[in-house]
Design a protein around this ligand. Structure first.
Ligand code: SF4
Length: 721
């Protein structure tokens, strides 16, 4: 018999928000290899170490293949889909009957494709009537969302990757692009090699691999971003380097900001940030004299108790100098996860509805209620991630459905998250892998199809929507996430009718009739068709985009309204912003520092972040042996002089301790850190380094606008273990 023919399916890498195109080589049963898609405009055929090893991460043991019910501590029993859906639905229907929908919550993931996000939001907000649905994007992008909305009126990234080639000055702040978005970094390296006059400023408390390419490196003290941006603006004003026409014609709030930044003199800012005043002057000079300035940022700005302030203060610089809406210019937030942006588009956060609409806005609620065929939607935003798990511990939430994420490893203050999950009446975990730290707390495990095993749609950092083809079938009885949500809606409807729970309105005769009307999706295309209707007339209008167009013309950027021939490369070129006045808004935050200052008992600053070759909690990347070559275990990095001061040595086991808990690490001396700063990678869970769980130590302080936690600063102490 001839071996099955080799085929290629078009897809996108499921790791970072760069969204590199991938061609999956397979025989229809197994994925045999991957290569970069030369036609995808995000990567033109290149892949980083993580993308190149994707084929090793799909098959083999450790995959979730059948529904499992935990019947005793560490004892799981197989169940059919029918049994599991029936039993879970009965419990959720009882909770709904006894305590109402506000006792039910969903916690999902920026790795879910767009169609999953749309369906689970429709299930929570439209069918059940709970807005308690948040996503792990809360941990990475939420402050950029609130920053864009407050400054520009909408959560819309105005730039494109091609701006990397067209800029004169790159202002990279709080982003280790070389590790977190390696293909974007290669693109930057190529531009710098071709045009050495390109100026690159890197701002980071650590001298990261990204800083190696910088013309100017500013190692600011953690938590001083607002002071830095105000200091640069102060100098731009002082040196008469503003775009006064742009300020007058296209912005509002300038006078208040101008007054605010008077306090941020170069001397004061240099002291606050602990950088040389001359370097601050040079940064302002670069900003002022470059025809086009492009800012790139990521978690360094966002993961802060003042993340929104950090974002608006950076965007202020672009508005004050008219550096937006032009080739090579603009504030470009890099998306952490592969579909964090797609999730927000579909309303995948507790304050949002599909099409960049707001729960708190009556007109927005009415528009989506009509589209979904329900009388009303609950008017109050639900819990964001950290408060959601606090509500679960308090008993205000009874059940939680966790999909494609590992909160026990990834949320701050791990001890609190574990207490919350132990308190919950029911924890449903919908996952592709079996070995996550959250699994021991789940009552049910539902197997989800993974990358390459299902069709999908995702949006990358530059608003580009790609269509991912299925290459191979999912293992066992695993199903696409959207299908599990639809199946659950039907099972829940049956249970609610059986318990005679009344519908909240008269639009249907029964829950089952409602579920049939709302959740009869057949495939990705049918979900996309409904979702597209939610976008018409909005800033992200994709009314003219069909999957056939994506297949024919390749990935497209939004907006793509009816009649468009292609997506839009750049936003706000006309200087009109989606605010009530049409003007962008300056904001004037004050520098507030970090949430938990160091003191005599906890004298060191701990920051967490990514490694180049691992991803999140390593469910996928931990299955590729070669990805351990650059870092076999989690190490705690410390400046060599600090190690000496504490009598510690390279390789020694040390205990790092905060007010909440402790973790054990082997010590690594690293002079790329400033004195007093420690760094640990976020990835390694109990499977790899049993005691090195960084979120045993971190704090649950969150930004008041975005709800994003302050992972980038915790006061700690260290000692020999
Ligand atoms: Fe995947 Fe990001 Fe690497 Fe591209 S840069 S191959 S999207 S991990």
């Amino acid at each position: 018999m001839n071996p099955p023919a080799l085929r290629e399916s078009r897809s996108v890498c499921p790791y970072c928000g760069t969204g590199c195109g991938v061609l999956i080589e397979h025989d229809g049963e197994r994925i045999l290899g991957v290569r970069g898609d030369p036609e995808h405009p995000a990567n033109f055929g290149q892949l980083c170490s993580k993308g190149m090893t994707l084929a090793q991460t799909v098959h083999g043991s450790g995959r979730a293949t059948v529904p499992l019910q935990r019947v005793a501590e560490e004892t799981w029993q197989q169940a059919s889909w029918e049994q599991s859906m029936g039993q879970i639905a009965t419990r959720w229907a009882e909770i709904y009957r006894d305590r109402g929908p506000q006792a039910l919550a969903f916690y999902v993931s920026g790795q879910l494709p767009t169609e999953d996000y749309y369906v689970v939001n429709k299930l929570a907000k439209g069918f059940l009537g709970t807005n308690h649905i948040d996503t792990n994007s809360r941990l990475c992008m939420a402050s950029a969302v609130t920053g864009y909305k407050r400054s520009l009126g909408m959560d819309s990234v105005p730039c494109s990757y091609e701006d990397l080639e067209r800029t004169d000055c790159l202002f990279i702040v709080g982003a280790n692009v070389a590790y977190a978005h390696p293909i974007i970094f290669r693109r930057i390296e190529a531009v710098k090699a071709q045009r050495p006059e390109l100026r690159i400023i890197v701002v980071d408390p650590r001298r990261t691999a990204t800083a190696s390419i910088a013309d100017l490196f500013l190692p600011i003290l953690p938590g001083t971003d607002v002071a830095l941006f105000h200091g640069i603006l102060h100098l731009l004003i002082w040196n008469d380097r503003l775009d006064t026409d742009f300020i007058q014609q296209h912005t509002e709030g300038w006078q208040e900001l101008k007054q605010r930044v008077q306090e941020y003199t170069p001397q004061r800012v240099a002291e606050l940030c602990q950088i040389a005043e001359a370097d601050l002057q040079r940064a302002a000079e670069f900003f002022a004299t470059s025809p086009a300035v492009l800012s790139l940022w990521c978690q360094g700005l966002n993961q802060s108790a003042h993340g929104t302030d950090n974002n608006v203060a950076l965007i202020n610089l672009h508005l004050a100098t008219g550096q937006i809406g032009r080739p090579g210019a603009g504030p470009f937030s890099l998306t952490g996860q592969p579909n964090a942006m797609g999730g927000r588009e579909t309303g995948g956060m507790p304050a949002l509805l599909p099409g960049h609409r707001e729960i708190a806005n009556g007109e927005d609620r009415a528009a989506i209620a009509e589209l979904w065929g329900v009388e009303t939607l609950h008017p109050e935003p639900g819990y964001t991630a950290v408060p959601m798990f606090q509500a679960l511990e308090r008993g205000d939430l009874a059940a939680i459905w966790i999909t494609c994420t590992n909160p026990v490893l990834s949320l701050p203050d791990r001890q609190q998250v574990e207490r919350a999950l132990r308190t919950a009446e029911q924890v449903v975990l919908q996952e592709s892998y079996l070995d996550g730290e959250t699994m021991p707390f789940a009552h049910w495990l539902l197997p989800a199809a993974s990358w390459g095993e299902r069709e999908a749609l995702v949006t990358n950092s530059e608003r580009r929507i790609s269509h991912l083809q299925a290459a191979v079938p999912p293992p066992g009885s695993a199903r696409p996430d959207w299908q599990i949500f639809c199946d659950f809606a039907h099972a829940l409807a049956l249970a609610l009718d059986r318990l005679s729970v009344p519908l909240p309105d008269r639009k249907d005769d029964s829950w089952q009739q409602r579920a049939l009307r709302m959740f009869s999706f057949r495939d990705t295309a049918s979900i996309f068709a409904e979702y597209r209707r939610c976008t018409i007339g909005r800033d992200l209008d994709i009314g003219g985009l069909e999957i056939a167009i994506l297949d024919r013309q390749g990935p497209q950027q939004w907006p793509f309204p009816v009649g468009a021939k292609s997506g839009q490369v750049r936003l706000y070129a006309n200087g009109i912003f989606p605010t009530p006045s049409g003007r962008a808004r300056f904001h004037a935050p004050v520098h507030l520092g970090v949430a938990e200052e160091i003191d005599a008992r906890y004298p060191l600053r701990l920051t967490t972040g990514r490694l180049r070759d691992q991803w999140h909690s390593m469910a996928r990347s931990g299955r590729a042996a070669s990805l351990f070559a650059s870092a076999e275990e989690a190490l705690l990095a410390i400046h060599p002089q600090d190690a000496r001061q504490y009598g510690l040595q390279e390789g020694q086991l040390v205990r790092v301790e905060s007010r909440r808990g402790a973790a054990l690490y082997r010590l690594q001396c690293d002079d790329s850190l400033q004195r007093g700063l420690l760094f640990v990678p976020m990835h390694f869970g109990s499977r790899y380094s049993p005691a090195a769980l960084c979120n045993s130590v971190t704090q649950a302080a969150i930004d008041p606008y975005s709800g994003e936690p302050e992972f980038k600063h915790t006061a700690v102490r260290i000692s020999a273990a």
